[in-house]
Design a protein around this ligand. Structure first.
Ligand SMILES: Nc1nc2c(ncn2[C@@H]2O[C@H](COP(=O)(O)OP(=O)(O)OP(=O)(O)O)[C@@H](O)[C@H]2O)c(=O)[nH]1
Ligand SMILES: [Mg+2]
Length: 360
């Protein structure tokens, strides 16, 4: 998980570290040549002193010059670390690396620009290690692109009028149905009552698949015949939930391409009729930039409130996790990290940053 991004960030840290080191070395030479002239002039003023006195004086001067050197070096170090020109190369490499890690172009540009801003002109950090400075800058930049100040999933369930209707949408095979089962399990573990609407009346086997999950979880499933209007199935599930005082309706839908206008209209109709509290876009992390593009298109066509990114366990790159919140302006609520019901992780900035920068 995130191995590729982690490796790329490590290489960026080394690259900046090397640049700083090189420049320090170059400017260090400048410091010693600057102090020699002063030393020579001072020594020339003391030809008549006795040898002993001369020795003591020289020692004192040496110490004085040493301190002066250090002070100068420190000032130069301030300037060394934070030079825009020096960072151009590493930042360019970073941008390429981010794109190779499946980070979408506008997101990569934003991260690079944030990192540039953080690294240049910062004087308070001069005493830290360069790689730490760079890692902090990267972390802050990523935090900046994934942050969302909206309400959390759990808050919306607690505060929403019951039944809270949640619609799951996305392209084929990305994990919608499995994710519904995972979310249902999580809600049940938190003492919410759940009804599932079998809104995929299109794909052969879809109804049996979700029925199996409902049976395993001991949940009521509302379904119609294959070919039925999904809006009507979901409507019935909502009516059932209202009648039985259930807390949450989780509505499945058939997978569809974002480019299929008719099927997108069908989702708009489902939304119009059932007014879901949340429309959640589900996609798989391994789809990388395709997932980012689809998230954007579903958001534009149907309007999403957030995403769930499945199959993070199978994704070595990780770019979609960073890109989707930025590109849609909507949060990621959960990550799917396996095929079991408990393989659902609540989105958390620190967890994500820990995975990207940690040791796995
Ligand atoms: N490794 C892994 N596999 C997952 C995850 N989520 C779902 N899957 C698997 O992905 C496959 C497709 O999952 P579904 O839930 O059927 O996907 P869907 O979006 O409902 O598919 P359609 O209904 O055909 O559009 C199944 O084999 C799931 O077990 C996950 O987080 N990690
Ligand atoms: Mg499905």
């Amino acid at each position: 998980m995130f191995k590729s991004l982690r490796d790329k960030f490590t290489s960026f840290k080394h690259s900046v570290g090397k640049t700083v080191h090189k420049k320090k070395k170059a400017e260090g030479i400048e410091v010693s040549s600057g102090t020699t002239a002063e030393e020579v002039t001072d020594t020339q003023k003391t030809p008549s002193l006795s040898i002993e006195k001369e020795k003591t004086k020289k020692k004192e001067k040496k110490e004085k010059v040493g301190l002066k050197d250090k002070a100068k070096a420190l000032i130069i170090e301030r300037e060394t670390i934070l030079d825009e020109k020096d960072l151009d190369g590493p930042l360019w490499e970073l941008e390429i690396s981010l794109m190779e890690g499946n980070v979408a172009l506008p997101v990569a540009e934003e991260i690079v620009s944030n990192v540039r801003e953080e690294l240049i002109g910062e004087k308070k950090r001069i005493f830290s290690n360069t790689e730490e400075i760079v890692e902090d800058a990267l972390k802050d930049s990523i935090k900046n692109v994934i942050k969302n100040d909206g309400p959390l999933f759990d808050e919306m369930i607690i505060e929403g009028d019951k039944p809270v209707v949640i619609l799951f949408v996305g392209v084929n095979g990305t994990g919608k149905t499995t994710t519904i089962a995972k979310v249902a399990k999580r809600l049940m573990d938190n003492d919410y009552s759940v009804v599932i609407a079998s809104g995929d009346t299109y794909r052969a086997g879809a109804q049996e698949q979700i029925e199996t999950h409902a049976e395993r979880l001991g949940l009521r499933l509302i379904k119609h015949q294959y070919g039925a209007d999904p809006s009507a199935v979901i409507y019935d599930a909502v009516e059932h939930a209202k009648a039985k005082g259930k807390d949450v309706v989780l509505a499945d839908t058939a997978g569809r391409m974002h480019t299929d206008l008719n099927l997108m209209r069908e989702l708009q109709k489902i939304k119009r009729i059932n007014s879901p509290r949340l429309t959640i876009f589900v996609d798989e992390a391994i789809a990388g930039n395709d997932a980012v593009e689809r998230a954007k298109q579903f958001n534009e066509a149907v309007g999403i409130d957030g995403s769930i990114l499945s199959k993070l366990d199978a994704d070595a790159r990780g770019g979609a996790a960073i890109s989707i919140p930025y590109v849609t302006g909507k949060p990621i609520f959960f990550f799917g990290v396996g095929q079991r019901y408990e393989d659902l992780i609540v989105f958390d900035e620190d967890w994500l940053l820990g995975k990207i920068f940690g040791e796995e």
